[in-house]
Design a protein around this ligand. Sequence first.
Ligand code: ATP
Length: 242
Amino acid sequence: MEKALSFKGISKTFNSKYILKDVSFDIEKGKITAFLGQNGAGKTTTLRIATGLLLPDKGGVLVDQEKIEDAKKHVAFIPDYPYLYEELTGREYLKFIIQLTKLEISQEQVEKEIIYYGLNKEIDKLIKNLSLGNRKKLALLGTLLNRPSVLLLDEFIAGIDPINMKRIKMILKDYVTKWNNAILLSTHQLEVAETFCDALILIDNGVILKRESNLSNVLSGNGNLEEYFINTLHINGDYKND
Ligand SMILES: Nc1ncnc2c1ncn2[C@@H]1O[C@H](COP(=O)(O)OP(=O)(O)OP(=O)(O)O)[C@@H](O)[C@H]1O
């Protein structure tokens, strides 16, 4: 297993309350890992720590065996609602990213990417006027131009229509398989995770309950992912009020 990102004994408290307790897991290169858990389980907090922006109280994150503090540029994060530069058009935004990161890319290639992402009709609108799905696609395009080796996506696939979902799945699959990159994707859409992800991490109440590096093994013995999710949390005593 080639590790892309390793969480090592992360603990985090907010207002003296434990939000993450000794969280340790790896995500692998060449794979899309689903990050599952109930509302408030600690997924976003974990992702924010993995960007190096939120500091843990204990533990650390390694990117390709380097400390996150030294390897931030290799890790990209797209939150559930990506705030971009709202007063720019999509095209101006991409130009800004390219200039800021001194990326060597021809205008022709940028135009090809815009078409590939299905953004050609939207690219000259102000970002503040984009729909959520198109805003997410623009955020993804801008982020992947710089080819980070790890991509962290928080509820990215929520609110995407079926045609755009097909396109986004293709883009994300290509990103991991062609370039041996890794994605950690938090989602509540278990039916999408089931067909789209390769591995899973299940978090509950700030504790990692399951690490499965091969999702198909999980499914062969447990019906579908929804049953697995409910059964695992049930065993953990999470439905004590039922
Ligand atoms: N800045 C903060 N201050 C205090 N508590 C916080 C803060 N950020 C998150 N929390 C708490 O940490 C817990 C975990 O939140 P987090 O957003 O990580 O969960 P999540 O698994 O992403 O949930 P969801 O699926 O609803 O998005 C929640 O109880 C939340 O209220």
